[in-house]
Write a protein that binds this ligand. Sequence first.
Ligand code: SF4
Length: 436
Amino acid sequence: MAELATGPTKRGFHDASRPAAQRPSGPRVYEADSPSAAACAGRNPGHGSRVTGRAEPCGLYIHVPVCRSKCRYCGFYSVPASGVDAGRLVDGLLRESERYDGVEFCTAYIGGGSPTALPAGELLRLVCRVRERCPWAEEFTVECNPGQVDDGLLAGLRAVGVNRLSFGAQSFLAWELELLGRGHTVEQIGTTVAMARRAGFENVGLDLIFAIPGSTLADWQASLETAVGLNIEHVSAYGLSFEAGTVFNAWCQAGRLTAVEEELDRAMYEWAVERLERAGLEQYEISNFGRAGCECRHNLGYWANRPYVGIGPAAASYMVGGVGATQGGRRITNNADIERYLAAVECGRAAPAEVAVMSEDDAVCETAVLNLRRRAGIDLAEFRRRTGRDAMQTFAEPIRRYQEIGLIEVTDRAVRLTQRALPIADTILCDFSALE
Ligand code: SF4
């Protein structure tokens, strides 16, 4: 239920917070049983990959692949918490994280799944050890589900250095929560945010979903108004889509549910942008809004296409370099199967994983696509430093074409989507996803 992982959207989904589920794969994909953990950690530069360095901040993501129950719209990998030995799972996650000793992570993010579906003692043990591993992390986020936390747990998280909470609220209408299959009530969202404040958290975010089947613009406005009234620092707002393998998808195919009209979806999105900005939550990415200084730094790392390490079943890592002498990269996605994962890491092996090798051109295109998701767009100097290419020359054709029709604007320092382009961002970004 990561803030970029709950929902799917016509505006590009959550291309980021959950790397395991999102990014396009490189051209060559193969199975590997321990592809490059040592190299990732910078302990074996001979492999040609690097994940960090003083000039290249690196994020750490830990995936807790369990939930108390499955939400009907959710296409993410998670299994029932009741069927998993939580202590063994936490041991496994910590064991895998040991492979990255020595990496200076600038942010840490524990997501899922539902980290708060773990027994409180196990979650605190995980958080404590991760904090020890990331003493330099400026931002440490834990995803929480309303109704799954209490004052003691939140005080414990704060005491060990967690400084940001992301709550999977999704809606403030009881019938929508019921339809979505969320295991909490509207009241519990407000109660949980109040608990977070009592525990000392000053950076609290909510995930919301719009375009829920049957929902009207007035419904969405009411939900958003309640969220705004809680004075939170961050909102991730995603339009619902029907993911393969979900109950919603089956219901849609059986005619039990109908997606909202595209025009309504768009009106809901535009309302979110307008209302949240009026409330002081500035849009800094297609689906993300934050008060000044409260933008999610961890996710900003994904949109900058910086390296990251993903720990846990189905988590992904991104390594810069590693393809001969080029500036391409590798995306390493852990196998989702918990038993297979634990069997490997308990023996000191790397998690079974799939490796996607990215060429230099792949990395250039992916950097452009991710950068364009930010409202700040492509910073031309940063792009050149990261890829060695001139974005204006490399993407001259799509930039010219969209600039002519007012969907892209260019300054001497940046290229970015205009406000009018945001509802159809995916279509535009497709034209940056490959070089001619
Ligand atoms: S809590 Fe619901 S939305 Fe979040 S990961 Fe679990 S099943 Fe998916």
